[in-house]
Ligand binder design. Structure first.
Ligand code: HEM
Length: 153
């Protein structure tokens, strides 16, 4: 297995695993007091940048390199299998959502996740944390679909 392929496999592994972990932790924090919830979401924001975003970047970068280094040395080789096209398109859509919607939203959530002296979170926190969960769910589902496209079809 080449190093680029290893980066590809590790990339989607930490990406999908990170999204799953973030969603489970966010769900578990729902009933926690505001200060705990704020701490949890600050950590989720860091998980997003350091693990999920990094994984998505690694997958897209290595995916492009893999495509360019295919046997015929060109993108024409991508045409050979439908499952390859499906994986590339779903993976690209998922990765771009993570990088251009998920990461900015996670940064905003991290900045908003500070409980006031009265133990309340700012109203915008609710909006952005829900948005982050929806974005995570959609991009995570697309990433899993890309994986299934390769192995199942
Ligand atoms: C979450 C997104 C993605 C997942 C889950 C995924 C999954 C996979 C898997 C399982 C393989 C086969 C690994 C092996 O041979 O053991 C693979 C290979 C490959 N992927 Fe992806 N991929 C994703 C995104 C992308 C993207 C965005 C691109 C292109 C920009 C891409 C291009 C490729 C190429 C060119 C190969 C090599 C195919 C071959 O040598 O036959 N992938 N990917």
């Amino acid at each position: 297995m080449s190093l680029i392929l290893i980066a590809h496999v590790l990339g989607y592994t930490v990406w999908i695993g990170g999204v799953f972990a973030a969603m489970v932790v966010a769900f578990a924090a729902r009933q926690e007091p505001a200060a705990v919830k704020a701490g949890v979401f600050r950590l989720i924001a860091r998980l997003y940048t350091l693990v999920i975003g990094f994984g998505a970047l690694a997958v897209i970068g290595s995916g492009v390199l893999l495509a360019l280094s295919m046997e015929s040395g060109g993108l024409g080789d991508l045409m050979r299998e439908a499952r390859l096209w499906v994986m590339v398109l779903l993976g690209l859509a998922a990765g771009l959502i993570v990088l251009f919607v998920g990461l900015p939203t996670a940064t905003r959530v991290g900045a908003l996740a500070v409980a006031s002296g009265k133990g309340e979170l700012p109203p915008a926190f609710d909006i952005y944390s829900k948005r982050l969960m929806v974005v995570s769910w959609v991009s995570g589902a697309l990433a899993v679909a890309a994986l299934l496209a390769w192995y199942v079809f």
